[in-house]
Design a protein around this ligand. Sequence first.
Ligand code: SAH
Ligand code: SF4
Length: 343
Amino acid sequence: MDTKTDIKALSRAQLESALAEFGQPAFRASQIVRWLYQRGAFSFEQMSDLPVGLRSALEERFALSVPEVARRQVSADGTRKYLVRFADGVSVETVGLPAADRLTVCFSTQAGCAMGCSFCATGRGGLTRDLTPGEMLDQLTLVASDFGSRISNAVAMGQGEPFANYDALLAALRYMNAKDGVGVGARHLTVSTCGLLPGIARFATEPEQFTLAVSLHSAKQSTRDRLMPAVRKYRLRELRAALVAYAEATGRRPTLEYALVGGVNDGGDELAALVGFCSGLLCHVNLIPVNPVSGTGMTRPAAETARRFRDALMRAGVETSVRVERGADIDAACGQLRQRTKG
Ligand code: SAH
Ligand code: SF4
């Protein structure tokens, strides 16, 4: 196996310092970024605007891996799901969501996830490994090429907990945002976290206007502890304080995701707790009727429940939407992404 570092594992600062070691000016980094993330280059040889000597120096020092699409599924609603396999054989799932004026990519930040939320397919298999920045970017590149269209939005809502892989995530978001990268506006880049407070605090200090989404799923401590055991140590009170601080520091409105599970977090007491949590908080609530995952025993409440929650939240002055499900027929909906597909 190749033991050279993959060039796509480098942040821009790391790429620039590697080039400085070769005695190259910083603008070379931009040329390489274009080759990697705009043109999907598969060799250094192809990089025709780089001096030949630099191309062979890069070749000697770095690997340049390109993932393959091991499986592609198309939903009746146009959503496409890909099983993306990296050079070491590890695979993740990526989803492309087309709309009239948009193409959104739901990308993975880790292979698997260590958080083990009880309603989520990804959490069931545990964590395999973190993805590199390039492996996050490659997911966008392959969706853009499969649809033959530019990416307008990207959401870190595939497999993995983004803030458990913070540095690689940030490096990836910056390439996604950059003019010489994918060119997606920062506000159209959304990160969803299960609520790792150090990550939220750090994200608030980033200069870009990225969008934050936080998985809440219950504003009652005992229910949330049961649904999301890995984040027990961050109490709801502290989470709320972190969101207040985030909104103050950035002036931006975080989204709170709430997967409605029948008989678990859809009762009147849960609704009252949720209204209490959101009152006076700059936020937007996104209700997601839970998507069935076999073996979890979690079922959807009646459609009327989402309306009841939305109406009560709106009456309390909390902006609320109900997420429209996409790609459920190919298991591409929220929480249905697994590490490996059988057959
Ligand atoms: N790990 C991150 C991001 C990936 S999950 C996080 O947890 O936020 C993206 C969203 O899908 C999260 O809000 C997650 O809680 C939600 N989700 C997970 N399983 C789900 C399911 N079975 N039905 C509906 N939403 C689910
Ligand atoms: Fe991980 Fe998010 Fe799934 Fe929880 S919901 S197990 S944090 S991917």
